[in-house]
Ligand binder design. Structure first.
Ligand code: PMP
Length: 401
């Protein structure tokens, strides 16, 4: 008998498990709309040209593989903070930001979660209902209590703004409020600029601490600056805040695990102390971060030519997603002659569309139509081709009825 007999079989991950099921399916029309990874029109994975160019440069230079410092590659940390806040931003000029390289978005969120657990005992993190599934795991495993604020309104397949505001108001003062910087996952529904102002007002009134998760900068609108505007609005108000960043989507560096945690503080002296504690959290967990992805980002952002090329490639990716979004909407509205309003599909932004399909309907999408998606009704448009929009429209209409 095994010494591990007490361990039961863990359930498959609700998102990554979808890809496993997809691989096992042999149907020719099968579609993987589960995981949020960009595919070309041929539904193939895509390595950006700028990434290949940066990697060639790195090879030519014959760079070594020595350990990085605990906080990561200095050139990366500088580039990532500038991309987020803007090179001319006051918070960077005043050196009020503690930036530490993390293991992509997930690892950066986790560093922040441990910081909260350690130095804000009992403080709660407010997360949107719904949110990216891993948020709950991250806070649970770090021992940070969380509760949900209203976000999604099933009646309109839109934002429940009043619910969101009243829940943020009702939370104990000094709570952390987790916000998706742009392209909210899974709903694809973002607050308007006016609504962001009101959210900032309430958070300031309640002395809450905003905690942004920015996993899609440049991927939502196609513009890096536009997608950072929510974060910058808060930073410009002089608030202290946390921001986790990821380069999985916008640079297609999924498996390089490159991202960062940024903590905007009231002074540079506080920022130094915060940074020292983040390093202290990282050291026993993974010692120091991997170098390859950090060098890619630093090279791309650091070279004006590569930086411009990146922006162009990002606009192409964002544009392809927007165009299948439109095509899916056109197909559905052409086929479905009832009065149902499908305009929510067009209003949503980013990689995902929240279809409003419930669990049973989502299961029908998979069992009958071989369309793999999460059971919350989310589909990744980045895994859809123009050629398959018609088929997907049939599947969605059938599943609704
Ligand atoms: N936050 C959100 C909202 C996400 O959608 C994702 C990726 N699906 C992440 C964080 C983290 O991804 P990664 O760890 O690959 O950067």
């Amino acid at each position: 008998v095994s010494k591990f007999n007490e361990l039961t079989m863990a359930p498959p991950d609700p998102i990554l498990g979808v890809s496993e099921a997809f691989r096992a399916d042999t149907h020719e029309m099968k579609l993987n709309l589960g995981v949020g990874a960009y595919r070309t029109e041929d539904l193939q994975p895509y390595v950006l040209d700028v990434v290949k160019k940066a990697e060639n440069l790195m090879l030519e230079r014959g760079e070594n593989k020595e350990y990085l410092p605990i906080e990561g590659l200095a050139a990366f940390n500088k580039a990532t903070a500038e991309l987020l806040f803007g090179a001319e931003s006051v918070v960077l000029q005043q050196q009020r930001v503690a930036t530490v390289q993390g293991l992509s978005g997930t690892g950066s969120l986790r560093l922040a979660a441990v910081l909260i657990e350690r130095y804000f005992p009992g403080a709660k993190v407010l997360i949107s209902a719904p949110t990216w599934g891993n948020h709950k795991n991250i806070f649970n495993d770090a021992g940070v209590p969380w509760s949900e604020y209203r976000y999604y309104d099933p009646k309109t397949v839109g934002l429940d703004f009043d619910g969101m505001i009243s829940d943020i108001k009702a939370a104990p003062a000094g709570s952390f409020v987790l916000l998706h910087g742009c392209a909210h996952n899974p709903t694809g529904i973002d607050p308007t600029p006016e609504q962001w102002e009101v959210i900032a007002d309430v958070i300031q009134e309640k002395n809450h601490i905003p905690f942004f998760d920015v996993a899609y900068q440049g991927f939502a609108s196609g513009s890096l600056d536009e997608d950072a505007s929510s974060v910058r609005l808060f930073a410009d108000r002089g608030m202290e805040l946390l921001v986790a960043q990821s380069y999985s989507k916008n640079l297609g560096l999924y498996s390089e695990r490159i991202g960062a945690i940024n903590v905007v503080c009231s002074s540079s002296e506080v920022a130094q102390r915060v940074k020292s504690q983040l390093k202290r959290i990282a050291r026993p967990m993974y010692s120091n971060p991997p170098i390859h992805g950090a060098r890619i980002v630093a090279n791309v952002v650091g070279s004006p030519d590569l930086f411009n090329e990146w922006k162009e490639e990002m606009a192409v990716m964002a544009g392809r997603i927007k165009s299948v979004r439109k095509k899916l909407y056109d197909s559905i509205t052409e086929k479905e002659k009832t009065s149902k309003d499908w305009s929510f599909i067009l209003k949503q932004i980013g990689m995902f569309s929240f279809t409003g399909l419930n669990k049973a309907q989502s299961e029908n999408m998979t069992s009958k139509w071989h369309v793999y998606m999460t059971k919350d009704g989310r589909i990744s448009l980045a895994g859809l081709s123009a050629a398959k929009c018609d088929y997907l429209a049939d599947a969605i209409i059938d599943s609704y009825h």
